[in-house]
Design a protein around this ligand. Structure first.
Ligand SMILES: [Zn+2]
Ligand SMILES: [Zn+2]
Length: 355
């Protein structure tokens, strides 16, 4: 059987994304055809479109890697996914190679990222491998008041900081600091709080900071007003006042900017752990030996292992991580206008494009 599907393709950097219809065959062995419910717009998409970051698959390519939807056709061996509501992981490791078998699918050389290695989610449908899909319990979903489309953003914006939090080993009683509280950082704040940490949120945009009050931020600091040593002093005082340690702070750098990275690095304490979550091409000058002097560590994570998706989804379904105030749906047909507005920073909530 053939399915006719609609995609919005990037053909060249200076051309609007263009709608195309393509006919695709039934999914092959181990694959499923997902009817897209929604696809989140991420800064990585804008990087491909506006900043000349190259996609691994040549153009034309459909962007979009934050996808939720419903399985409407299955290949052999994937029949158990028929009709399932799913989140498609933004990074899908092969699951079979040496690094995958040793639990390091983030660096799998055969991994697939929709909208980078293959056509992505700014489309009516997408064909993906079934292994690694995250099944959504629709009864629990209905109880949250969220739609399946809303969950698209979990693939990346929620799960990437979730794996960062796992790598930082966030525990009850920790002091967590999140630098840059936009789309991804806001969820880092909520996740760290849900895991029992007291959370300091730092940004240069006051509105973003204030939007997180009541959503996990115990202290908000605008690094335009206070920076460097003064910033560290304020956090130390906050720790003291709240009976938290002066050591082993858990720091998330989510701004993906050079100044944000300098701020995050400047907050290292003895035994601190720094997670580099945001991405920038810019370089920073830091004294790397501080890691040695502080017995500290810095770690990164490329996307999130599919194994973490059910726990990250669980935080959302349990109401421990709120999404509604931070997302907004738009029709997929408005993709060009939405890209323009996000690029111009006229949209602060993460847009979800709905076919
Ligand atoms: Zn992304
Ligand atoms: Zn692999």
């Amino acid at each position: 059987m053939t399915h006719t599907i609609t995609r919005w393709e990037m053909r060249a950097a200076d051309e609007p994304l263009a709608e195309t219809e393509v006919a695709i065959e039934n999914p092959r062995e181990g694959e499923v055809l997902v009817e897209v419910a929604g696809c989140g717009v991420c800064h990585t998409d804008l990087g491909f479109y506006y900043d000349g970051v190259r996609t691994r698959h040549p153009l034309p390519l459909t962007l979009g890697h934050e996808i939720s939807g419903r399985v409407i056709a299955t290949g052999t061996g994937a029949e158990q996914w028929q009709d399932a509501a799913v989140i498609v992981p933004a990074v899908m490791p092969c699951g079979e190679c040496d690094v995958c078998r040793r639990g390091m699918g983030n660096i799998c050389a055969r991994q697939l990222m929709p909208g980078n290695d293959m056509h992505g989610g700014f489309a009516s449908h997408i064909v993906v491998p079934a292994h690694g899909l995250c099944r959504v319990d629709e009864q629990r979903l209905a109880a949250t008041g969220l739609a399946l489309a809303d969950l698209s953003v979990i693939a990346d914006a929620v799960t990437t900081p979730y794996q960062s939090a796992a790598q930082l080993d966030i525990q009850a009683g920790d002091l967590a600091i999140v630098v840059g509280v936009g789309g991804v950082g806001g969820y880092a704040v909520q996740i760290a709080s849900a895991m029992g940490a007291k959370v300091v949120a730092i940004d240069v945009v006051q509105d973003k900071l204030e939007g997180l009050q009541g959503y996990g931020a115990d202290l908000i600091l605008n690094s335009r007003d206070i920076s460097g040593r003064d910033l560290k002093k304020v956090v130390k005082t906050f720790a003291k006042d709240n009976g938290l340690r002066q050591t082993e702070w858990k720091i998330f750098e989510c701004s993906g900017t050079a100044p944000g990275q300098v701020t995050a690095y400047g907050l290292l304490t003895f035994g601190a752990r720094l997670a580099v979550v945001g991405f920038t091409m810019d370089k920073v000058e830091v004294r790397l030996s501080n890691l040695m002097a502080f017995h500290a560590s810095a770690v990164g994570n490329w996307g999130c292992l599919p194994e973490y998706y059910p726990s990250a989804l669980g935080l959302v379904l349990d109401g421990k991580v709120s999404m509604k105030p931070f997302i907004r749906q738009y029709p997929l047909s408005q993709i060009n206008a939405v890209f323009t507005a996000v690029h111009a920073q006229e949209i602060s909530k993460r847009p979800i494009l709905v076919p």
